[in-house]
Design a protein around this ligand. Structure first.
Ligand SMILES: [Zn+2]
Length: 66
């Protein structure tokens, strides 16, 4: 069993209709994939995310074992 990090976009406020969920081995990779997803699927620019947004997204990250 390996520890991994997961993020489900629908857990994010206003993203309930989004089916994307992401799993990565490290939090660093997960953040990059989340940023990539937000950019592709939602037209967001992660460089514009402020600390509050990052703190909020951080609370949505779950630890899973795969
Ligand atoms: Zn999404």
């Amino acid at each position: 069993m390996t520890k991994a990090y997961s993020y489900a976009c629908r857990d994010c406020e206003g993203m309930e209709a989004c089916p994307a969920s992401i799993v990565a081995e490290t939090k660093d990779e997960l953040w990059q994939l989340m940023s990539h997803h937000a950019s592709i699927a939602h037209g967001e620019n992660p460089a514009d995310w402020d600390q509050e947004t990052r703190d909020y997204l951080e609370t949505l990250i779950k630890t899973v074992t795969v």
